[in-house]
Every structure is written in C-alpha cells, then in structure tokens.
Write a protein that binds this ligand. Structure first.
Ligand code: FES
Length: 127
C-alpha cells in the first residue's frame, strides 16, 4: 500500500470516528476519553492555522507591524543626511530604530536582540 492509499483510506475513517457532537449541548456530554481523542486533530488544526497566519502576516518588528516606535513618528518618512566630512574617525549609525540618539547607535540594539532573538546591529563607518 502506497502513502497515497494509506492517507486516503485512513484519514476519512479517522475523521468520521471522532466524537464531534451534532449540537452545542453535545459538547458537555463528551467523556474524558472523547476529549482526549479530540486533542490530536485540534493540535493539527491550530498548528496549520498558526503557520498560515504567520505566513500571511509576514515578518513584523516588535509585533506591531512598525519597526519605528519612537523616532520622529510625526514625519511621513525619516530621512537623514550626514556630511561625510563631519564624521569622526568611527561612527556607528543605528539600523534597529531603538536608539535614543538617532541616527547614531547607542547600543539599544543589544536589549532588542536579547528580548527577541534578533541579530540587529549598527552600520559602522570608518574613515
Ligand atoms: S541602537 Fe540601533 S543599531 Fe545600535
């Protein structure tokens, strides 16, 4: 028996044997064993939903959809220009949007990385 035949013959029987009640009140009459048998398909359905949600949602910054939580939020776009002649020997420019001294890195990325598992860091310019 191939995998295809195994799935086609097993899953319909498995699903039709689940103790899903016909009415709302039937949920309150399920036994402990019935509830246990509903755990695996529930885990699969929730897992598929979770993965689908994260696939559709895409990557987010800070769980809000906005990477910038504090820097010139009133501006339509945050654009900065730095004259290269004014840059000291070494400058670190923030790329994580967490710094308190924009546009320069103040090390705030370290806490962000620690809290999220991210790996953000500055752009370091050397002269
Ligand atoms: S504080 Fe943003 S990269 Fe360091």
């Amino acid at each position: 028996m191939g995998v295809s035949n195994f799935i086609k013959s097993t899953f319909p029987n498995y699903l039709s044997n689940l103790p899903v009640p016909d009415s709302f009140g039937g949920w309150f009459q399920l036994s402990f064993k019935d509830w246990l048998s509903l755990i695996p398909p529930t885990v699969v359905i929730v897992g598929i939903g979770y993965c689908t949600y994260h696939t559709i949602r895409g990557p987010k910054c800070g769980g809000t959809g906005s990477c910038n939580s504090s820097i010139r939020r009133g501006d339509a776009k945050v654009v900065d220009m730095i004259d290269a002649n004014n840059i000291s020997a070494t400058s670190a420019l923030c790329r994580c949007w967490k710094t308190k001294s924009w546009p320069y890195c103040d090390g705030s990325h370290a806490e962000h990385n620690k809290n999220t598992g991210d790996n953000l860091g500055p752009l370091v310019i050397r002269r």
